[in-house]
Write a protein that binds this ligand. Structure first.
Ligand code: ADP
Length: 569
């Protein structure tokens, strides 16, 4: 029986634009591994990973949304490749599109309210078909796309049978609240008249506010971020304060199977025999060759969405300051986002060859290589609910330079702190001066104290950010709301977990479909070469593209579809 069902818009590797996918792709896996079968359900997008896998229909139904009937089916991944059951909801006309939030030109889809309300209703309709003793013990909803579920099960007569199931709502990003006007209120399923006020915040329907009021427990992805939401959450501060009793801050883990420097197929030189120096050196050399950098200066990188909350607009001036004053360092950025920032980076790549380069793209494989081959990873975020990049960087021996905010504060103590537990370099103010100062400290450390750099690398690579550490806290949340999520078998290796998943699938699968599943191996994508904005030199580029291509990208979504900002309100 599925104990926890995660309901989300993203799940790695099927559909990813950022950290939400990474979390939903690993939390159920580690719960399942620990003997508590957990599953995830997302919409069925027309994305590469989804298209390359076989799906078995486990339920078909229909929902009414604004006097329009949508037929849908719930399908399970037949190969059980993820270590937990992944379900997709196929809703023709709404999700069979090549992007998650945006079309291939980067423009957001205009019917997102209808898309998410239909998806949420479809999931609940499917859950009603479970015999009640087979229903999940917890419905775990992620971000505003699924935020109306806790309210729907309580106040919409069609779904009230599910009301006894405890609901948990996790906020991965409080900036995107999914708000819409009452003029679209008719899209909602019929609800009790007295429940109307629960939808409203500041005169409009605000799904995130509704979830904070109606979910049995609310979690955010770090303790500091929870505290910050109480101070500043785009108008929801008072609501967060009023509802503080049911709120928890739980730092994310990272999928230690995917992010393992010893086995990662996306990096050039795996980590062998505990030799950190060689691992870093060789991976850096590969990067330097691709991007035309000298290998005898520190390489400082940035990876991420180029949007305001990531503070990336601070970087062009910061990097320029260091380049102009002759600091011996080079800089690399990977990401997509706001045109202003992209253009700044494009022109800098032409202006400072050998010092700065940029890849304006979403490239999963290249990101792994950058984590492995950089000396430092800079994260100047304005807001950072948890931040996964700093954890990936540390796992790959790259020292983080972070602004003291949200999850970055919780995971990166400064090396200057007296207890000897520092992991990186921190700066407090969101200003070019502070960022420049932090980068000077990093560059100075690299040139003057290689011994400290070596000790630091050893220390950060040994930090345990795995989900095993974190799932206990989620269990406490589930149990605190009476869900009693407990291992119904001892911890098991992945292949055994897969068998259990397979069994669960057969239990859910209608007889007519049994045996229809044929495992199909995912098509191998041709290895993409990184496309730096400025090519280092003909010889280097030729070599990089011919010999040193990074391994296949695992990016399931066409690059262009993720170009613009990831989630829109
Ligand atoms: P957010 O979810 O706010 O974007 P997180 O730090 O939680 O930020 O997660 C970001 C994830 O997205 C990481 O796995 C990071 O490596 C990945 N990522 C972001 N931008 C890119 C990109 N351009 N190419 C490859 N991976 C990226």
């Amino acid at each position: 029986m599925i104990q926890v069902l995660h309901i989300s818009a993203e799940c790695y590797p099927a559909a990813k634009t950022g950290g939400l996918a990474d979390v939903v792709g690993s939390l159920p896996k580690y719960f399942t591994k620990a003997g508590m079968l957990s599953a995830a359900v997302i919409p069925k997008y027309a994305l590469k990973w989804i298209a390359n896998h076989d799906w078995v229909t486990v339920y078909s139904g229909s929902v009414w949304v604004n006097w329009r009937q949508y037929r849908f089916s719930v399908q399970q991944e037949a190969g059980n490749t993820l270590g937990f059951p992944l379900f997709v909801v196929d809703i023709p006309g709404l999700y069979d599109r090549p992007g998650i939030y945006n079309d291939p030109s980067g423009a957001p889809y205009g019917d997102e309210i209808e898309r998410y309300i239909t998806f949420q209703q479809a999931v609940l309709d499917w859950l009603l078909s479970f015999p009640w003793q087979q229903r999940p013990k917890v419905l775990h909803c992620h971000d505003h796309h699924t935020a109306l579920i806790p309210w729907m099960v309580k106040y919409c007569p069609a779904y009230q049978q599910l009301a006894p199931i405890p609901t948990v709502f996790t906020i991965h990003n409080g900036q995107y609240q999914g708000a819409f006007g009452w003029n679209n209120g008719n899209i909602l399923p019929p609800y009790e008249a007295g429940a109307r006020w629960l939808l409203e915040w500041s005169g409009i329907i605000n799904p995130m506010a509704t979830a904070i009021r109606t979910a049995w427990a609310v979690t955010t992805v770090s303790e500091t971020y929870l505290y910050e939401l109480h101070q500043n959450s785009m108008g929801l501060e008072q609501l967060f304060r009023d509802e503080w009793r049911k709120q928890w801050g739980i730092i994310n883990g990272i999928d230690a199977d995917v992010w393992d420097p010893a086995t990662d197929p996306m990096i050039r030189h795996p980590f062998k025999n505990g030799d950190i120096e060689t691992f870093k050196k060789k991976n850096k050399e590969a990067l330097c060759e691709w991007f035309g950098f000298p290998a005898d200066v520190p390489l400082i990188s940035f990876i991420g969405r180029m949007v305001g909350e990531k503070g990336v607009d601070l970087l062009p001036d910061t990097f320029r300051r260091l380049i102009y004053d002759g600091t011996k360092a080079c800089f690399l950025v990977l990401g997509t986002g706001e045109p202003w920032t992209q253009n700044q980076f494009r022109s800098m790549a032409h202006q400072f060859p050998g010092r700065f380069n940029a890849v304006i793209d979403y490239n999963e494989a290249l990101s792994h290589q950058i984590y492995a081959g950089s000396d430092f990873l800079v994260m100047p975020s304005r807001v950072e609910p948890c931040g996964l990049n700093q954890m990936y960087a540390m796992r790959y021996g790259t020292i983080p330079i972070v602004r003291t905010v949200g999850g970055l504060k919780d995971t990166v103590p400064d090396i200057g702190e007296p207890n000897g537990e520092g992991r990186g370099i921190r700066f407090d103010q969101f200003s070019v001066e502070d960022a420049v100062h932090a980068l000077y400290r990093a560059v100075g450390l690299w040139h003057n104290d290689p011994g400290i750099v070596a000790v630091l690398r050893q220390r950060i690579m040994a930090v345990d950010f795995s989900w095993e550490q974190t799932i206990g806290r989620y269990r406490s949340v589930y149990n605190s709301i009476g869900a009693h999520v407990e291992p119904d078998r001892p911890e098991m290796p992945v292949d055994q977990a897969n068998k259990m998943v397979e069994k669960a699938r057969h239990a859910l699968q209608p007889d007519t479909e049994a045996g229809a599943a044929k495992k199909k191996t995912a098509k191998k994508t041709p290895p993409p070469a990184p496309q730096p904005v400025a090519k280092p030199s003909k010889v280097t580029v030729k070599k990089a593209l011919k010999e040193e291509k990074p391994p296949p990208a695992a990016n399931p979504e066409p690059k262009s579809a993720i170009k613009a900002k990831k989630k829109k309100t």
